[in-house]
Unconditional design. Sequence first.
Length: 188
Amino acid sequence: MTLTDGRYRIGSSIGSLRVKTSRAGLGRKAGHDLTIEATHWSGDATVVLSDPAKCSVTVTVETASLEVREGTGGLKPLTDGDRAEIKRTLQGKALLDTAEHPSITFRSTRITGTLQSFDITGDLTIKGRTHPVTVHGQAGDGRLRGAATILQSTWGIKPYTAFLGALRLADEVRIEFDVAEPTPRSEP
């Protein structure tokens, strides 16, 4: 990784941002573990290699851009109809309420470590609620990668249930990013 001090633009044009869910409950064999990708997201990163405390990251995700990419497990394969139904459910009032809350934001409050291994602590806002999250990341092979685990209920999201609660998504979800080395942002 050859990042230098400066400001960088990041987003869906150079990387992926994915949410991974898992199943819980007695009926978990019927459902799928999902990989959901944010197809429209963007952000800025400020890098000061000699002083991580002066670094910062902001990211905005368009909630309507979440697309089901994969469903593993389950009694039958995930169909296009299943994907469309999951998207409708995600966008609905019970989960993300994309009409009322069109974006999810993350703003760093503290960055520690080195470019090779770092932690980014910041404020994650989902559905108008803001709570701290720590992202663990690393750089290598020309890419920045990292992940954080959150509980949906912390942001007032009740994990999806079906079959009278016998099948449900686990409250815990994993958010992962994989970004190609960004180019410096040109300043006006």
